[in-house]
Ligand binder design. Structure first.
Ligand code: ADP
Ligand code: MG
Length: 257
């Protein structure tokens, strides 16, 4: 019975951890993301690259169902998003988070466990242990009782990564994880992300610094409202593609690699 159903489907199902088809998102008249098709490769680290205002954050938010697209379809692991949410972790752009809210570091990390805890769930010793383990992975175990608002930008970013790690997700979506962090934090974060990738997880990160794309990522997705190219870094980050993405804005910090 199941076999027969599989055979009558008109299209093969994209089993990619994140597959986006015909995605158009608009805040006003002009689309911020237009007719984008992209599938991210399982077990790889992909950078989403493009100029300011290219729609990178919008694409991630629409992919997560945080924003409603004008049109398009998103599947994750071959299933509708709602069925696989627990397998997806998201680290938003740090600047978009209100860091003044009163919460201790350990509580912020345990927010990543809300699916396990349920609405009225009791936090148990094993939840705390998992949160502490995640903090240790980002070198922040000594800060569990501190207020999140009192930490440096880099420390806050590590805590947000710990919150994503504690979920034990298979797909990690990060929006500019290195923006405004110190060099030590950048090294710590890239180490954790590569560890996830080496463990078979999928990492997709909006990344601002073209110079570090080859060292940090396996693949790149160039976006400027429309999709320009996706593939292995060396094939995508060509002069012609970068010119298509950045146009006249290709400054000295954004040369082909
Ligand atoms: P990126 O992350 O690549 O810098 P964004 O996805 O944040 O780009 O933004 C894409 C475009 O959509 C920009 O022109 C931006 O000004 C606009 N935009 C983003 N968020 C909103 C919003 N909440 N309301 C209106 N316009 C927005
Ligand atoms: Mg952005």
């Amino acid at each position: 019975m199941t076999m027969a159903l599989e055979l009558v489907r008109d299209k093969p199902i994209d089993q990619s951890p994140l597959a986006i088809r015909g995605l158009t998102v608009s805040y006003g008249e002009k689309p911020a993301v237009f007719s984008v098709d992209v599938s991210f490769r399982a077990g790889q680290m992909t950078a989403i690259v493009g100029p300011n205002g290219a729609g990178k954050s919008t694409l991630l938010k629409a992919a997560l169902g945080i924003l409603h697209p004008l049109s398009g379809q998103v599947t994750a692991f071959g299933a509708p998003l709602d069925r696989v949410r627990a397998r997806i972790a998201y680290v938003p752009q740090r600047a978009s988070v209100d860091w003044e809210f009163p919460a201790r570091v350990i509580d912020v990390v345990m927010m990543g466990l809300y699916r396990d805890l349920g609405l009225l769930g009791h936090i148990r010793a094993r939840h705390r242990a998992r949160a502490m383990e995640s903090l240790a992975r980002v070198g922040m175990e000594g800060f569990a009782s501190r207020q999140i608002g009192q930490l440096s930008g880099g420390q806050q970013q590590r805590v947000f990564l710990a919150r994503a790690l504690v979920q034990g997700a298979d797909l990690y979506l990060l929006d500019e994880p290195f923006a405004g962090v110190d060099a030590a934090t950048e090294r710590a974060i890239i180490g954790v992300l590569k560890g996830l990738r080496d463990d078979g997880r999928t990492v997709v990160a909006v990344h601002h610094d073209l110079a570090t794309v080859p060292a940090y990522f396996d693949r790149a997705f160039l976006l400027n409202i429309t999709a320009i190219a996706e593939g292995p870094v060396a094939e995508v980050m060509t002069e012609a593609n970068l010119r298509a993405a950045y146009g006249g804005r290709l400054g000295p910090a954004q040369q082909a690699v």
